[in-house]
Ligand binder design. Structure first.
Ligand code: PLP
Length: 441
């Protein structure tokens, strides 16, 4: 832009184009350049940009009430959205605690787990176990639960040191197992950590069903979450599914945990919940946890000014209705298969593509310097950034990941286009991605 600015940008050295408008799966800048939004920003835009029905729903809500504090009123949109979520969520997750984004949803879950154990007469249970190669948000509690060394580094002294367990990362199995002979040792690693610390101290285990921001769509072994659920039950540890990226249809089901029939105690959603139209997040909570509070006539001591915001909730309702009316969860599943098929067709033989993986319209590509040894590129090269920048110039937006491999920064990109993408557009997306990778080499 090259002009004076008062904005403290994410990256003050980047030259951001000015966005002018959104049109379906495209964003257009003020110079008229069109970009295919193949990652929905950061896996946010699930139904595409400028959907008329959502815009109209927001106008209608603004005409009646823009805000009423939830310590004084409830409002129709939040009641309606909570009802819709209870219908869609796995059994028992019948209550929604609304917040303004993913980090807040995770913070709420972590604190709710602690508050639950206090009610249960076990106040020594406070610690949350997370995994390596995970991201749960940037606020201090969520950051402490996550396992992304790069994001944690300078805040490390401010983070409670929580135990972390092995990720379910089949391409680079932490137990050096061939996927064909997998005994899901990564799930058993949770039991090891619980016993090491003492189950009496652990309140919850948190995991992304399909890892997004640190590793580019790591899909777990089919039996992984069933075993995790068993271990959590054995040691009275709550299971928190962080579906901030994977929820609301992204992986081809309304919630990724539905792929394995596992019901967590809490489930965090954000991003796709209102698909970017207004910021919102929610912690979906199991009946038995809510009952623990209500039976004792206790409140959950937490809260944010903007929780249950009528405009955000109205956006959530309109987005869910749009997804239902256009059958977009099935589309995410079908187009996801097409996306993976095309990625394999174009990139399987590429000398610097090590792995292609994903579920639904949530795909990851991992780059390597050497395919045979799976050796990553030197981190200083910033290969994924080079791919991301080349793609952006070509008019394709993908999401380079700040992942870590063996303590070094690795190279992954995430591809997560809106569910309305067509087969022809997927073809174009993959062609442009291929070109971008070649330009970065
Ligand atoms: N949890 C997961 C799995 C995420 O991917 C993210 C963001 O990328 C968050 C939490 C944090 O969400 P937010 O950026 O809305 O605070």
């Amino acid at each position: 832009m090259g002009e004076e600015t008062n904005v403290f940008y994410r990256n003050p050295f980047a030259d951001y184009p000015m966005v002018a408008r959104g049109e379906g799966i495209y964003l257009v800048d003020t110079k008229g350049k069109r970009y295919m939004d193949a990652c929905g920003g950061a896996v946010v835009s699930s139904i595409g940009h400028s959907v008329r029905e959502v815009v109209e729903a927001l106008k209608t809500q603004l005409d009646s009430c823009e805000f009423a504090h939830t310590s004084q009123f409830t409002n129709r949109p939040q009641e309606a959205l909570a009802g819709l979520l209870a219908e869609l969520a796995p059994g028992g997750l019948n209550h929604a605690y609304f917040v303004s984004g993913g980090s807040e949803a995770v913070e709420s879950a972590i604190k709710m787990a602690r508050a639950y154990w206090v009610q249960m007469g076990r106040p020594e249970k406070w610690m949350v176990i997370g995994r390596e190669q995970s991201y749960h948000g940037n606020t201090l509690g969520a950051l402490a639960a996550g396992g992304n060394p790069w994001r944690r580094a300078i805040y490390e002294p401010m983070l409670y040191q929580r135990p972390r367990v092995a990720p379910c990362y089949c391409y680079r199995c932490p137990f050096k197992k061939d996927p064909a002979h997998c005994a899901i040792e990564c799930a058993d690693d949770l039991e090891r950590a619980i016993l090491e610390v003492g189950p009496e101290k652990i309140s919850a285990f948190i995991a992304e069903p399909v890892v997004g921001a640190t590793a580019g769509a790591l899909v777990p072994h089919d039996g992984y979450f069933r075993r995790i659920r068993e271990i959590c039950d054995r040691y009275d540890v709550l299971l928190i599914a962080d579906e901030v990226m994977t929820g609301m249809g992204r992986t081809g089901k309304w919630f990724a945990m539905r792929h394995w029939g596992v019901v967590p105690d809490m489930l965090c959603v954000a991003k796709g919940l209102a698909a970017g139209y207004v910021p919102i997040g929610a912690t979906l909570v199991h009946d038995r946890i809510v009952d623990t509070f209500t039976n004792r006539r206790n409140v959950f001591q937490h809260g944010h000014t903007y929780m249950g915001h009528p405009l955000a909730a109205a956006a959530g309702v309109a987005v869910i209705n749009y997804i239902k009316e256009h059958n977009l969860v099935d589309k995410s599943a079908k187009m996801g298969e097409e996306l993976l098929r095309r990625l394999h067709e174009h990139l399987d033989d590429h000398p610097h593509v090590g792995d292609i993986r994903g579920k639904g319209l949530f795909a990851g590509v991992e780059f390597v310097a050497d395919r045979a040894t799976r050796e990553p590129f030197e981190p200083e090269l910033g290969f994924k950034q080079l791919v991301g920048e080349a793609a952006f110039k070509l008019g394709l937006i993908i999401y380079p990941m700040a992942g870590t491999i063996d303590g070094r920064r690795g190279d992954h990109v995430l591809i997560a286009p809106p569910f309305i993408i067509t087969k022809a557009q997927i073809g174009r997306l993959v062609e442009l991605l291929h070109k971008a990778i070649d330009k970065a080499c």
